[in-house]
Design a protein around this ligand. Sequence first.
Ligand SMILES: Nc1ncnc2c1ncn2[C@@H]1O[C@H](COP(=O)(O)OP(=O)(O)OP(=O)(O)O)[C@@H](O)[C@H]1O
Length: 307
Amino acid sequence: MFLELKNTAIGYQTTLIKEVNTGLSLGEICLLIGNNGVGKTTLIKSILNQIELLNGEVILNGNSTKTLSSREMAKQIAVVFAKSQIPANYTLRDLISFGKYIHYPYYFELSETDQQEVEEIIESLNLTQYSDFQLTQLSDGNLQKAFIGRALAQNSPMIILDEPTTHLDEENKIIILKLLRNLAQEHHKLILFSSHDWRLAKEFANKIWLINNEKLEAGITEEILLKHDELLNPNLFQLNDGFVAPKITAPYLHKEMLYSFLQKNFQKKLSHLQFEFKLSFWVISNGDIQKKCYSFEEISAFIKKLH
Ligand SMILES: Nc1ncnc2c1ncn2[C@@H]1O[C@H](COP(=O)(O)OP(=O)(O)OP(=O)(O)O)[C@@H](O)[C@H]1O
């Protein structure tokens, strides 16, 4: 395994994540997920040796991170933080070139091959027209992509990204995700990224690290999602406190739409009802009574009649 956590506990004065024993291999994409404040960023900083571990160790490519200098660390892991400081008076091309400098003993003009690689990265990120822009002139999304570009230029076996898609619109999200997937699949890079969006996991990550109750649960994406209904359950977005959901059996989108319709329109417990989607209609069961409904309007009328 390229990255191993052995009895690793992390936190500050108090523990955020209790002892973890897990690891990741080259070629894998892992989503780090968990509610605000559970310690995702702290875990990333702990892996990078920027925060002292409370217990255990982090092994990177066979070496304890405690023994690695920051330059040695940078050769193994490239990082993109959600909030990065913007170096003043540099262009986008400069920023991406910085990724290459960890491979030079001191400031030196980039070799032609490296310069060419920087241009290729700029192009792959659709940033060519902004190459000579000052960083301060870039939109949040393009700045985010520029930092990702710097990480790519670093050419390290592992890339860690803290909420990489935050500022990106759908088109750019896909550009970045495809690029990262290609890096994992074709170039065997290990990618660890944090996000609040489990949909990304389903489409994109083969592993999940879920932080919950001070524990880190690691596993294959689909297995973790199956075990943790709360990650998929639209209950997370519920505003209506009086509402208790019925049992809904339907493909995801239909389930989500029915749920959203019911919780907006009925401030009551519907747990005694069962809804099943049958391609062109819904079957609602209330004990022994069953009712076919062909529209949400019919569903609404039926529930109103029941109560
Ligand atoms: N330097 C610090 N000293 C002490 N506590 C800290 C420090 N930095 C962060 N914390 C606390 O540690 C907890 C975890 O913070 P962290 O930023 O790692 O969470 P997160 O899961 O990344 O959250 P989010 O999803 O909101 O980005 C928070 O309660 C935070 O206030």
